[in-house]
Write a protein that binds this ligand. Structure first.
Ligand code: NAP
Ligand code: HSE
Length: 438
């Protein structure tokens, strides 16, 4: 019997425990699919004194040197999260000739190209299907199945925590703090959930997706980002009245610019028309919609976080690498790409939803409309609701036709300065339009 393929796990939290459990329950199935047995060698954690559900006894250790130097380990699976020491461990594992599988979008978004180059030089693989959209296959389809396409846009819901929260807030008017705590309890949220609610996690994932879809290097800092903290329950009600859902949408597309093609990459709570497939992706589910010139629109949808769905993606990569080890197949060379030319967010053209609290006096609405008009921002719809009859305040909800974001910001600055008339500029959210409606 050939030697078993040794697997080391770095991390035994939500995902690591899920992977360990799935490895144990699928031993025979995986051996048949790979042609060799898989053997769990060691599991790195910070606190090895605490038993973990799903991790067999005797495997836990906090000794990283022992794990990374184990000669019986062929595949290192990084499931710790965070930038360092995870990046350093991945680099060491690759440099020592071990294949690596990771679910770490932060490391892949910030350091993917250099780590893939190390893997290529050492003739090993670095796979990261679980880094984007949990259990949904999307890295592999973009890298292989859609490779013949010129991809024009990628539009995605790629953070399970926020999609779960927005769904709960929209459907049962639940409070923000309550639904965040529930997402954490269910194991969806990052160790620091600010990464989820501020759109950082989605920006990492979008940078990875845009790199693969448009064959460029995209820094996650180049993704324009707006989080969900400032949304009010009534934004969901107004959006519904106007025929929209609100989703934390990650969008990437390429458009011609003054000096050549430009990448538009944004993450923001966005109004999505209720008849769009993405509007009905609810709960922890994620979806990635890809437009290709040959394939047309393709939609990938499924569970975007959680132990079992993420273990599915991690183990798919482990099995792929294990087959390479079993068959002696050589890994493909890593492609090298140029950095993307990213359009500054203030030059992006889009429709907007605006919610303003104003004094309920004659001429206030006319003043606001006048400022918007002077900045060439055309109104598509206006709703005025009496907010507080005694205080004589009202809420105005405006949707605009497509407008340059920078012009809108200038106009909103002037509107906010209408002293005694405009009490608050509340939510300012983009409205999604697909390529055909833009
Ligand atoms: P988690 O529950 O916080 O688990 C992290 C694990 O890594 C823990 O076992 C922790 O050890 C260990 N660890 C962290 N820093 C360490 C260090 N310096 N040295 C040794 N061990 C260390 O995280 P998770 O939710 O499983 O996520 C893991 C990765 O998967 C992250 O990159 C995350 O973004 C990604 N991901 C998560 C999901 C999800 O649904 N949760 C989905 C897709 C991708 P202790 O147990 O001793 O603290
Ligand atoms: N915190 C992430 C999410 C985990 O909620 O989508 C999956 O990457």
């Amino acid at each position: 019997m050939a030697e078993a393929i040794g697997i080391a796990l770095l991390g035994a939290g939500t995902v690591g425990s899920g992977v360990s459990r799935a490895l144990a329950s699928g031993t025979e199935r995986y051996a048949t699919r790979v042609g060799r047995e898989l053997a769990l060698r060691g599991v790195l954690v910070r606190d090895a004194g605490r038993a973990r559900d799903g991790v067999p006894e005797g495997h836990l250790t906090s000794d990283v040197e022992a794990v990374l130097a184990d000669p019986g380990t062929h595949v290192v699976v990084e499931l710790m999260g965070g930038e360092e020491p995870a990046r350093g461990y991945i680099e060491r594992a690759l440099s020592s000739g071990r294949h690596v599988v990771t679910a770490n979008k932060e490391v892949m978004a910030k350091h993917g190209p250099e780590l893939l180059a190390v893997a290529s030089r050492r003739g090993v693989r670095l796979l990261y299907e679980a880094a984007v959209a949990g259990g949904i296959p999307i890295i592999s389809p973009l890298s292989r199945d859609l490779l013949a396409n010129e991809i024009t846009e990628v539009t995605a819901i790629i953070n399970g925590t926020t999609n779960f929260m927005l769904t709960e807030m929209a459907q049962r008017a639940a409070e923000y703090d309550e639904v965040l705590a529930e997402a954490q309890r269910l194991g969806y949220a990052e160790a620091d959930p600010a990464s989820d609610v501020d759109g950082v996690d989605a920006a990492y994932k979008l940078a990875i997706l845009c790199g693969l879809a448009f064959h460029v290097v995209v820094s996650p800092e180049a993704v324009a980002r707006q989080g969900i903290r400032d949304l009010a329950a009534r934004d969901f009600a107004y959006a519904r009245e106007l025929g929209y859902a609100i989703k934390l949408l990650a969008q990437g597309r390429v458009e011609p610019g003054p000096g050549g093609d430009e990448l538009l990459a944004t993450v923001a709570p966005t109004l999505v028309a209720r008849d769009e497939p993405l509007a009905t992706v609810d709960g922890v589910r994620n979806a990635v919609q890809v437009e290709g010139d040959l394939a047309g629109r393709v939609l990938f949808e499924g569970a975007g976080a959680g132990a079992r769905p993420t273990a599915s993606a991690v183990l798919a990569d482990v099995l792929e690498v294990a087959r390479d080890v079993a068959t002696g197949r050589l890994p493909p060379e890593a492609a090298t790409y140029a950095p993307a030319r990213v359009r500054p967010p203030d030059r992006i053209l889009t429709r907007h939803y605006l919610r303003l609290t104003v004094a309920d006096h004659a001429g206030v609405l006319a003043g606001i409309a006048g400022i918007l008009g002077r900045h060439e921002i055309s109104l598509a719809s206006v709703i005025q609701v009496e907010a507080d009859a005694r205080a004589r305040t009202a809420e105005i909800v405006i949707t605009t036709h497509p407008a340059i974001a920078g012009r809108l910001q200038e106009a909103l600055g002037e509107i906010a300065a209408l002293e005694g008339e405009v009490l608050e500029v509340g939510s300012v959210l983009p409205i999604y339009a697909d390529g055909s409606a833009r």
